[in-house]
Design a protein around this ligand. Structure first.
Ligand code: C2E
Ligand code: MG
Ligand code: MG
Length: 759
């Protein structure tokens, strides 16, 4: 997982949530709109059905009136002879029982008898011409055999708005005359102005299809527009054409309009008589105030919740992003120096080498300091940490050149360089080494830092790059650089195939070689520096093949430590040592103590001590003559367990020595905790002193020797090659010396000849 991936995932999540939020937002707005539309539709439906009902009632009313006239007409039709008097009587009677404002009979010659209100007056021989135009039209139409309803007109008598009905009076198939009646609009007005119209939130006008009011409701909210409805606020110009077209075609028309800040719904519905329309208006908002509030509240709530979610998301995104970045920083960075750690380095190197696929691709170097662990002891942890940070700062400079850097544990700095030319690499690394030496001054003493590098070049062989292989083998290169004091930069030798052959040979022959006695005992003297006499010897194995070729331990011991064979080999060496001591004893020669190297695997074998004791018993060798050399690496593990084992071995009489001290991780502090008898200082100390005559190693050696003395641990300095070395370690106070200066390791027989042939 890297920053980009975290970003990508976050982005997808955020996009998803934003998407959902937008859908919810659109959904809630759409839902709100749908609800209010639905409500509006419901209102329209409500108005519509109410208006429909009124239209039917008006039609019924008119039909009833026409029905009444029809009844009269039958009476007229049945009368044989209708003289003026009889006509007058009949009309008077009919008028008495009805609400008509005028009732008249006109014969075919348009001469009429008219009954009007005001004490029911009967007028005879009234010419049609003298009647209002609307009455004339009704009579004319009805004479053609049609029932007719007139337009509205002002009655001269009652001064009210009235309209006329006409019914033909038949004699056989002929129209003999017309019964005509006037009626006022009172019944309609009552009907239209009833309190219960639209649950009291609406009112109805009656208009003609050309927009004029026929009946204007007293409840009208709109006080303007008294003449025609085809004006503001009902319609603006754009809508006017639509409404006029619909009305001319006798169709329904629904619309809404705003008046004094309120919205109203309206419907125009034809009555079905003449060109009359019912014009119904309702205040939707007033009608559904609560529901509207609810819808608005829910929509606002929804939108607020969604905005809140988006806000939380924004904050959350930031938090997750920052936390993720911090976690990544912890996971991929070295907390002390702030540069990358090995996990990040390994991945990035893999990515870089993966991309390139032609030609050489790059190299990995490890930078390390000789004796860094003592810097902690000598200058304190704080100074040592500062030093590491300074080194990181120096390395950061090289990032600009496309390099990658990281720190693993302690003073292990890795550098990846996109470069495979040895000369260029060497120059770069030498510059780094020089810069690192420069920061020695920060330690505030004469101590001079001694950096060294192991390098491996990743050759592109068209195969996938094995970063693990590079990292393991650059470590070998570092080990070699550490031992190679002449040159502080060492390039890994890629002659791996011959190395592999050697490994194959060793692994396939080791068992047979042991049986055939190809592992020989070599001895190297250990000299007492106070008396310059032989104080003991170290047993060192030599594999001498049948053809006489000698294989050195450095070629097979690391392999045996891996495959476990050193458990058998080491026991074999102990046995050879026991045989040698037995031989001395049997020959009456004073035996000297012999040190035997014991591998880590063997040391932790369950029946290790028992097996050792058994060998001692078999060869009747006092364990006091055997020193067991263990490696510093054992200390890294459980010190208590190690001490417990040491104690048991010491109880048996064995001596315990710690070999190669200075190559591992244990510091001066750990010395005090170990129950060892002897400490062997690695030859690296002497080599370093010889190399640049630095005071550092001398200083450290002195400290180690002094400390050991105070802990009653005897000291052996390994690798004494020259007289100067010998003099120096004597001055430093070491008890013993071992090295080529005194003697190389020699075969047991040569050793016996040289040193034990006392008789
Ligand atoms: P070591 O136990 O530290 O043994 C000392 C090594 O330093 C020996 O290498 C010795 O030949 C070499 N040496 C001694 N004096 C000098 C000197 O003045 N200059 C130089 N340059 N070298 C010197 P050798 O015999 O090749 O053994 C290497 C290592 O192999 C030993 O280091 C020890 O760790 C291991 N080893 C040897 N024999 C055995 C064995 O039987 N069992 C186990 N487990 N390890 C063994
Ligand atoms: Mg040794
Ligand atoms: Mg050693």
């Amino acid at each position: 997982m890297n920053e980009n991936r975290i970003r990508r995932r976050l982005r997808v999540t955020v996009l998803f949530i934003v998407g959902v939020a937008i859908i919810l937002l659109i959904g809630s707005v759409a839902g709100g709109t749908y609800l209010s539309n639905m409500l509006q539709q419901l209102t329209y439906d409500g108005i519509q059905s109410e208006v429909d009902e009124y239209a039917v009632r008006i039609q019924d009313q008119i039909n009833t009136e026409l029905q009444i006239l029809n009844t009269f007409s039958t009476v007229f039709e049945e009368s044989e002879d209708l003289d003026d008097e009889t006509l007058g009587q009949k009309l008077k009677k009919a008028k008495l029982h009805n609400q008509f404002t005028m009732l008249a009979y006109f014969d075919a010659s348009k001469n009429g008898t008219v009954a009007i209100n005001q004490g029911i007056k009967i007028l005879h021989n009234v010419p049609l011409m003298s009647m209002p135009d609307e009455v004339q039209t009704v009579v004319e139409e009805s004479l053609k055999g049609r029932e007719t309803v007139s337009w509205l007109f002002k009655s001269k008598d009652s001064k009210e708005t009235v309209f006329a009905y006409g019914i033909p009076v038949m004699r056989g198939n002929n129209v003999e005359g017309v019964l005509v009646a006037n009626d006022d609009m009172k019944a309609f007005s009552d009907m239209l102005d009833g309190d219960w119209i639209l649950q009291d939130s609406g009112y109805i006008h009656m208009v003609s299809s050309n927009g004029e009011y026929l009946i204007r409701s007293d409840r009208s909210v709109v006080t303007e527009a008294e003449e025609s409805i085809f004006v503001q606020p009902y319609f603006d110009k754009e809508e006017l054409v639509d409404v006029q077209t619909a009305l001319a075609a006798g169709e329904n028309y629904s619309f809404s309009f705003s008046y004094e800040g309120e919205t109203y719904q309206a419907i125009l519905r034809p009555v079905g008589i003449n060109n009359w329309y019912l014009f119904c208006i309702s205040n939707l908002q007033e009608n559904n105030v609560f529901v509207y509030h609810m819808i608005r509240m829910i929509t606002i709530l929804f939108v607020s919740v969604i905005i809140l979610i988006l806000l939380i998301l924004g904050v959350g995104y930031r938090q997750i992003y920052v936390t993720g970045k911090e976690l990544l920083s912890v996971a991929y960075h070295d907390q002390l120096t702030g540069i990358s750690n090995l996990i990040y380095f390994r991945r990035e190197v893999f990515n870089r080498l993966k991309i390139k696929n032609s030609g050489s691709s790059g190299s990995i170097a490890i930078l390390n300091l000789h004796n860094f662990k003592y810097i902690n002891d000598l200058f304190g942890k704080e100074k040592a940490d500062q030093l590491l940070c300074h080194i990181a700062e120096i390395l950061k400079e090289y990032l600009k050149e496309g390099c990658l850097i990281c720190r693993d544990t302690a003073d292990y700095f890795y550098i990846f360089m996109p470069e495979s030319d040895k000369e260029i690499l060497r120059n770069k690394l030498q510059k780094i080494i020089d810069d690192v030496i420069q920061i020695s001054k920060h330690l505030g003493s004469n101590y001079r830092l001694s950096p060294y590098c192991g390098v491996i070049i990743a050759e592109d062989e068209g195969q996938e790059v094995d970063v693990e292989y590079l990292l393991t083998h650059v470590m070998f290169a570092l080990e070699t650089a550490r031992e190679n004091f002449a040159d502080s930069i060492y390039f890994y030798d890629v002659g791996v195939s011959s190395q592999n052959k050697m490994i194959n040979y060793i692994e396939s022959h080791m068992h047979q070689a042991l049986e055939d006695g190809e592992f020989h005992l070599y001895l190297q003297p250990k000299v007492n520096l106070r008396t310059d006499t032989l104080a003991g010897a170290e047993a060192l194995v030599r594999w001498i093949k049948k053809d006489g070729e000698m294989i050195y331990p450095s070629d097979f011991i690391p392999l045996f430590e891996k495959n476990g064979f050193c458990i058998r080999l080491d026991m074999h060496m102990v046995e050879l040592v026991c045989q040698q001591i037995r031989e001395w004893l049997d020959e009456g020669i004073d035996p000297i103590p012999i040190s035997v190297n014991q591998s880590k695997l063997l040391f932790y074998e369950a029946d290790y001590i028992e097996n050792l004791s058994l060998l001692m018993d078999v060869y009747r060798v006092p364990p006091q003559l055997i020193t067991l050399e263990i490696l510093e690496g054992l200390v890294v593990e459980n010190i208590e367990e190690l001490n417990e084992k040491i104690t048991r071995l010491k109880e048996k009489g064995f001596k315990i020595s710690m070999d190669d001290f200075g190559t591992g991780y244990s510091s001066l502090n750990t010395l005090g905790k170990l129950k060892i008898d002897e400490l062997k200082l690695d030859r690296g100390f002497l080599m370093e002193i010889t190399k640049d005559e630095s005071e550092n190693s001398k200083l450290i050696m002195e400290q180690v020797i002094q400390l050991s003395k105070s802990l009653q641990i005897s000291t052996v300095v390994e690798g004494v090659e020259t007289e100067e070395n010998n003099d120096m370690i004597k001055k430093l106070g070491s008890d013993y010396g071992q090295g080529y200066f005194y003697s190389r390791p020699v075969s047991a027989s040569e050793f016996n000849e040289k040193y034990m042939n006392k008789s």
